[in-house]
Write a protein that binds this ligand. Structure first.
Ligand SMILES: [Zn+2]
Length: 270
């Protein structure tokens, strides 16, 4: 059995968590990530018959039965993950119709998975239906996107169009746009269901006055998705109070679509 701390998925996960903290997206215990793992890969590092503990999830998700995830822990700080991964992270296998998580590794201080597990698992189910290769759900609190939800209309078309107009590459990175939820109580199955519903049509879901959810095929892609939207929000906040002289027009956005072979969400461009 190889050391799980040397596994590519673990190294990549810890590097990304550390980078997210460095970007200021995950103060204190803010943010959480779940990465779906390939059982055949995990088997090289962990004995899949050795369940350390079984933890109730508080929801049902039969679609994910048997799926294995590397997840961040509840109350844990991203800044500490690189120094004590076995305390701050866990490898869990979804069991019994999603009502239980079998701990295979980690949370060695008796801890458990993020309180946002419902939003993560429901989002995985939603994204897998759209893209069978989706593996990552990532949540964090990037300051500019968060700030934007205080001063910008939360209408999804308007919010998306503003972001697309802030950096030329935005429409190429997230042609499906950004979906937006109003303020909802976090940590509940209700916000999980609402997030998953929004994940059916976009890989980015903003939680107003809270943060953002991103989904993607790997850690880099998902990080880059949030990074690009956050950059656009930063530009917006820099210019929002200045007289607008230039913008990226819909005609130019159509040129980008054609040149790079992406299709903007239907009805979002004139
Ligand atoms: Zn949060």
């Amino acid at each position: 059995m190889k050391n799980v701390l040397t596994a590519n998925f673990m190294v990549e996960f810890i590097r990304t968590v550390t980078n997210m903290y460095a970007h200021g997206w995950d103060e204190r215990n803010g943010g959480n990530i779940s990465l779906m793992l390939d059982a055949n890969e995990v088997r090289e590092y962990l004995d899949l018959t050795n369940v350390v503990r079984t933890i109730p999830t508080g929801f049902s998700a039969p679609e994910l039965d048997g799926r294995i995830f590397l997840v961040t822990g509840t109350g844990k700080y991203f800044k500490n993950v690189q120094y004590a991964p076995d305390i701050n992270l866990g490898v869990i296998r979804i069991a019994n119709g999603g009502t239980e998580a079998e701990l295979l590794w980690g949370f060695s201080d008796g801890g458990k998975f993020t309180s946002e597990l419902p939003a993560h698992m429901m989002s995985h189910i939603a994204r897998l239906k759209v893209d069978p290769d989706n593996r990552v759900v990532m949540h964090c609190h990037p300051a500019n996107l968060l700030a934007m939800t205080y001063v910008h209309d939360l209408d999804e078309v308007k919010f998306t169009r503003t972001l697309w107009q802030m950096c030329t590459e935005c429409i190429l990175v997230f042609p499906d746009g950004v979906n937006v939820l109003p303020w909802l109580l976090c940590g509940t199955n209700e916000i999980g269901e609402a997030t998953a519903e929004k994940m059916k049509t976009a890989r980015l879901v903003v939680w107003a006055q809270h943060g953002i959810y991103g989904a993607g095929r790997d850690m880099d892609e998902t990080f880059g998705l949030i990074e690009t939207a956050e950059k656009a929000a930063e530009i917006y906040l820099k210019i929002a109070q200045l007289p607008l002289v230039n913008t990226i027009t819909d005609e130019q956005l159509h040129l980008l679509e054609a040149r790079f072979g992406v299709k903007a969400r239907a009805g979002y461009l004139n």
